[in-house]
Design a protein around this ligand. Structure first.
Ligand SMILES: [Zn+2]
Length: 96
């Protein structure tokens, strides 16, 4: 049985690798990794997204709230915060 920490580590790894896959396809025009490995992480991420999306639908139905005033601006703020941080991590996109 996996713990939530195991799941989060797996999803973090899949998300980071999928971002690299995206960059490979966008910049190089082809995948660098084996397609079976790429599709495995896409399946992991798709399962996570489906589960969270179900929670969004459930929570909206249970407790309707007014629309968020500016999701794009709040996300851009989070992106800026991430981009501006520095660390020595080999795994983080802002790492060494
Ligand atoms: Zn970092």
């Amino acid at each position: 049985m996996t713990t939530i920490n195991d799941d989060m580590a797996s999803l973090q790894t899949a998300a980071t690798a999928a971002i690299a896959d995206f960059a490979d396809v966008t910049v190089r025009g082809y995948l660098k990794e084996h397609p079976d490995l790429v599709v495995h992480r896409l399946d992991l991420l798709a399962s996570m997204i489906e589960r969270v999306r179900i929670a969004v639908i459930r929570d909206r139905a249970a407790s309707p709230c007014p629309p968020h005033p500016c999701v794009a601006a709040e996300h851009a703020e989070m992106v800026a915060e991430y981009t501006e941080h520095t660390c020595d991590c080999d795994f983080c996109l802002c790492g060494s």
